[in-house]
Design a protein around this ligand. Structure first.
Ligand code: PLP
Length: 423
């Protein structure tokens, strides 16, 4: 049994603060608000914004972010699956939601009941969804996805010869074709001819369907890269994920918009000690101290989402200084070199990544992308939501609903003595 938290009370209580004494992710809602504003400024007033909150809002916490986005008037929320959509509806989110991935057709009544829009991407699926929606009170809202060159989901586009199939789909009964979209595999590269061709193909389909009397209100194709690089890709709506969280798909795009990383992954020092020359550190003995050195054991590991691939490669920040990781990152902890950092003690805060230590830098060292690192932050890592430097809410996935903050968006309360205040 986890500790009980009364609804409507300040949740910064003894047990909850103790939960922060290991590893947690601070999520700056101020950063999310600012990034949201930067996206709006970039796309202009006539274009809608779908905020991508799939994968638990890229690890930031889907419900908390969706509440904020609803407050900000975001037009649409994008999720990957029916369960992700239902999580939002269950939390009382009323903003329109599009499911971008596969949902079995027999779920159509559930989609309709919860007012969820579903992506459809081939004729069999469209017919099955149409049949499954027949007995329902309303038509099922669908967005038709066309594959113009990514070879992932979508009706394969082979040019104008595909138009009759597209038109036939859009005439199926019991479906309301709210959206038409495609997806770009290389939108972070400027002036890419294949991307230009994909954008032109979407415009062509939209116009050809309109000529047949089929007007689809929301055409969309731009992801974060295209929001920066391709103004022509905006159509009626953009689907932005990474930008909202203050990151860009490529490091060279970082100064193109006024963004602030929303997540700071934090941990604490569990133990500090001196090891002798020649002594090995961590599994596999891949590192041996070349001389006596001071090391700190940090209470985060790969089960928290910190990549093991960063073993012996990356640094963490302690008191604002870089402490190199020694040997292998373990499941629950890692050992770092603090020989050059004076006065390190058990309980001191550690930054694993955040505004002061870019996740893109770690991603490059780990041979991956920022997306993967933020999405991988584990379920045992509480998310602590900050506004104006004050805690306004917290999600602890292990302790469950009791710690789910219900005061949203009431007045913030101080983060009390949580270590993050001293960063
Ligand atoms: C995830 C996703 C996006 C958002 O991509 P970002 O690069 O994070 O902006 C847009 N469209 C589709 C279909 C997606 O799956």
């Amino acid at each position: 049994m986890g500790p009980k938290f009364r609804k409507g009370t300040n949740i910064v209580m003894k047990d909850a603060v103790l939960a922060l004494r290991r590893t947690w992710a601070e999520v700056s809602l101020d950063a999310a608000v600012r990034n949201h504003g930067a996206i709006r400024a970039q796309i202009g007033g006539d274009c809608r914004l779908m905020a991508m909150v799939k994968a638990d809002a890229y690890g930031h916490g889907a419900v908390a972010l969706a509440r904020l986005l609803q407050e900000l008037g975001t037009d649409f929320l994008g999720v990957a699956s029916l369960d992700e959509a239902l999580e939002l509806r269950r939390a009382g989110i009323r903003t329109p939601v599009l499911i971008l991935g596969f949902t079995p057709a027999d779920m159509a009544p559930v989609l309709i009941e919860h007012n969820l829009a579903q992506t459809i991407f081939d004729e069999d699926m469209a017919r099955a969804m149409s049949r499954a929606s027949a007995g329902c009170a309303r038509a099922l809202s669908v967005h038709l996805k066309v594959d113009t060159g990514m070879s992932r989901l979508g009706l394969v586009w082979r040019g104008v010869e595909t138009l009759p199939a597209l038109t036939a789909l859009c005439r199926l009964p019991h479906l309301y074709f709210e959206g038409l979209f495609t997806h770009l595999p290389l939108s972070e590269a400027a002036d890419d001819p294949e991307t230009e061709a994909q954008i032109a193909a979407l415009a062509l389909m939209r116009d050809a369907l309109a000529a047949e009397g089929i007007r689809i209100p929301i055409c969309h194709c731009a992801n974060s890269g295209a929001v920066i690089q391709y103004s022509k890709a905006r159509f009626d709506m953009v689907r932005a994920g990474l930008l909202l969280y203050g990151l860009t798909p490529e490091i060279h795009l970082a100064d193109r918009m006024d963004l602030v990383p929303a997540m700071r992954l934090c941990s604490v020092v569990s133990q500090v000690k001196t090891i002798d020359k020649g002594v090995a550190v961590s599994y596999g003995r891949t590192f041996r101290a070349p001389a006596a050195m001071r090391v700190a054991v940090v209470a985060a590991g790969y089960a928290d989402g910190y990549p093991r691939a960063l073993s012996g490669r990356a640094c963490v920040l302690i008191a604002g200084r870089r402490a190199p990781i020694l040997g292998h990152v373990c499941m629950d902890m890692m050992t770092v070199d603090v020989s050059d950092i004076p006065d390190v003690h058990a309980g001191d805060p550690v930054v694993l990544f955040g505004p002061e230590l870019p996740v893109s830098e770690l991603a490059a060292l780990a041979g991956t992308i920022s997306y993967e690192l933020i999405c991988s932050v584990g379920k045992r890592v509480p998310r602590v939501y900050l506004r104006g430097g004050l805690e306004v809410g917290r999600t602890n996935y292990l302790l469950g609903d009791e710690e789910y903050v219900t005061r949203w968006p009431a007045a913030p309360t101080p983060l009390s003595d949580a270590p993050s205040l001293r960063l």
